[in-house]
Design a protein around this ligand. Structure first.
Ligand SMILES: [Cu+2]
Length: 306
């Protein structure tokens, strides 16, 4: 009987050790995903066919979210694995045929302390990084710029409140009007153009019903609520195109309000914004191709030998 006990506890330790090793490997691994490029050679952050994990992180917040998800998932896998193994041992060792005389044991102080302490420690171990992430998400200090995002049935409106008159709408490109390189139900007529590597605050609201401003690769998701401004910040690590969508059911054409963000290097962004201000002064929306040309220049600059 003693031998059986020892063998099962060794086995248990081995399973637990494997889980710990696997989680350590998972936590250490970074994203090596290669991104698709669009018509002007810009990296595209969009959902991929058969994708089963999160999109590669494009902002510090999304990196933290990704890390916390893996961390909690592995703790959960450890708990589920351990409980599963224990149930297996109990079913096997304490079955009726093996125990003709039932045990009269009712208490075991050591086990009772352990099963109180271990979950409490696990909760603390999850709570500390979660709280850290909440603080990170709530840090609105020193922004480079603020963009007011307004949800409408069924399009987005982007108001660059620091730039005079730059306020335009963004509609999904209808499926029959898609140009090569554009993505069905994700590409828009006027993307939100932003600088890469700078802290941006979104001031999110709605003009009619509840919408939600959601860009998975940037770790941005906030309800757009009529009569309220909700904030969220992001910092887009590298230039590229980032896609998202309204993810609050907002009526018949809820699926027609995707989000397309073009992140340009700061110098190109400044040039784009200056041009957009001139356009606005003449009552025009920013030229659709201006950002594409800026992106092309950015790619050429990136790939030039140093
Ligand atoms: Cu919506």
């Amino acid at each position: 009987m003693r031998e059986v006990k020892q063998a099962s506890s060794v086995w248990l330790l081995q399973v637990f050790g494997l889980l710990v090793a696997a989680s350590a490997m998972s936590l250490g691994s970074g994203h090596a995903a290669t991104l698709v490029r669009n018509g002007v050679g810009y990296p595209v952050h969009a959902p991929m066919p058969w994708e089963w994990w999160l999109q590669p992180a494009g902002s510090p917040i999304e990196r933290s979210i990704d890390w916390l998800l893996r961390y909690v998932l592995w703790i959960m896998a450890g708990v589920v694995g351990l409980v599963g193994v224990l149930i297996g041992i109990i079913i096997h060792r304490f079955r009726a045929s093996m125990n003709p005389v039932p045990s009269a044991t009712t208490h075991n102080t050591v086990i009772e302390i352990a099963w109180t302490l271990v979950p409490a420690i696990l909760l603390i171990v999850i709570f500390v990084p979660s709280l850290h992430l909440i603080y990170q998400q709530s840090d609105y200090s020193k922004p480079y710029m603020t963009v007011r995002v307004i949800g409408h049935q069924w399009y987005w409106e982007y108001n660059y409140i620091d730039a005079k008159g730059v306020d335009f709408t963004s509609y999904a490109v209808p499926p029959d009007k898609l140009k090569p390189g554009q993505i069905r139900q994700l590409s828009v007529d006027h993307p939100l153009v932003l600088p890469a590597g700078k802290k941006i605050i979104f001031q999110i609201t709605s003009a009619d019903v509840l919408h939600s401003f959601f860009i998975p690769s940037l770790g941005v998701q906030r309800y757009a609520i009529p009569g309220q401004y909700w904030r969220q910040w992001t910092k887009i690590v590298s230039p590229g195109v980032y896609y998202g969508e309204c993810n609050q059911i907002c009526g018949m054409h809820h699926d027609d309000m995707p989000i397309e963000i073009v992140a340009l290097p700061v110098t190109q962004f400044k040039a784009w914004l200056a041009k957009a201000e001139i356009d606005a002064a003449h009552g025009n929306v920013p030229d659709v191709h201006a950002y594409e040309m800026a992106a092309e220049r950015a790619v050429a600059h990136q790939e030039a030998p140093h």
